[in-house]
Structure formats: C-alpha cells, structure tokens
Ligand binder design. Structure first.
Ligand code: HEC
Length: 139
C-alpha cells in the first residue's frame, strides 16, 4: 500500500513539473549551451525573465519601483536601472544582470525571494551569461 502511494505521488509530481516546464520555456536555452550555439533573446532569455524576473521588474513591480529596472522589453532591459546599464554586452562578469544571480552585490541577490537559497537554476544562469557573452543581441 505504501509503495503504491509513493508511486502515485511521484507520478503526480512528474506531471506537475512537466506542466510547469512548457516545451517552449526556459529549458530550451540550456540545450544550446552544450552545442555552442547562439543563444536567442526572444526564445531563450525572455522566457527566463518572464518566469523569474518580471513579477518585480515591470512598471509597478517592487524591483521596478526601487531600481527603475523594467525587463519587459529588450530596450528597457538594456536601459537598465535609474543608475545605468545592468547589461554590458560581452561581459557577463561585470554585468549586474548576471552578477547578482550567483553572488551578492551590496547584499543584493536576484531573483529576490525565489527560494531558501535564492538561486536560479544553474542552466538558466548559464543561458543568461552566454547571451551577455555573445553580445546581448536582440535576436
Ligand atoms: C521578488 C521581487 C524581485 C524579483 C523576482 C527579481 N528582482 Fe531584481 N530587484 C528587486 C528589487 C526590490 C530591486 C532593488 C534592490 C535595491 O536597490 O535595493 C531589484 C534590483 C535588481 C537589479 C539592479 C541592482 C542594482 O545594482 O541596482 C538587477 C540587475 C536585478 N534586480 C536583476 C534581476 C533579475 C535578473 C531577476 C530575475 C532573474 C530579478 N531581478 C528578479 C526585486 C526583484
């Protein structure tokens, strides 16, 4: 009985995770990392921003109100915060857009309040970094 229960729980979980990860979702970008392919802003980067950043970084959202950073379009993302750019094309090390995902900067880490460790999935971080490294194009 116990085994049957565990089985149905895991089947249920597998289905719910599948439902969360739509086929056109952020997963796709990770595939291109291993192949050395070009990361696309529209099909790889935007889905991650949509799922993990837009809650707060859209006019009216907490992150926008505090920093001025609106990530709803390529242009607004490139414009950055009220203090300046967060994406430096070709340099993911110094771009705050990618820097804040792995370490803290003045105590900040993004996405704010995601989970206990506050860290985005590694594959998504790699996708965003690679996009910046490849010149942060509107592709
Ligand atoms: C739960 C809300 C929330 C989410 C989700 C969120 N942010 Fe933020 N973000 C903030 C807030 C609030 C600030 C302003 C922090 C401050 O200046 O004290 C901010 C500021 C920033 C800044 C500017 C930091 C600076 O140096 O001024 C960057 C870059 C940033 N966020 C990137 C991201 C990225 C990338 C994501 C998605 C992976 C993300 N954020 C998701 C709330 C959020």
């Amino acid at each position: 009985m116990k085994i049957k229960f565990l089985l149905s729980v895991s089947v249920f979980l597998a289905f719910s995770f599948n439902a969360l990860a739509e086929s056109s979702g952020p997963e796709m970008g990770a595939l291109k990392l291993t192949g050395g392919g070009q990361v696309s802003f529209k099909s790889d980067v935007q889905p991650i921003i949509h799922d993990y950043c837009l809650n707060c970084h859209i006019p009216g959202g907490k992150g926008y109100v505090k920093s001025g950073l609106d990530m709803s379009t390529y242009e607004s993302l490139m414009k950055g915060t009220k203090y300046g750019a967060v994406v430096k094309p070709g340099d993911s090390e110094t771009s705050t857009f990618t820097k804040l995902l792995t370490g803290t900067n003045r105590g900040l880490k993004m996405p704010a309040g995601l989970n206990a460790s506050g860290t985005l999935d590694r594959q998504y971080i790699l996708t965003l970094r690679k996009w910046v490294q490849q010149g942060a194009k509107n592709n």
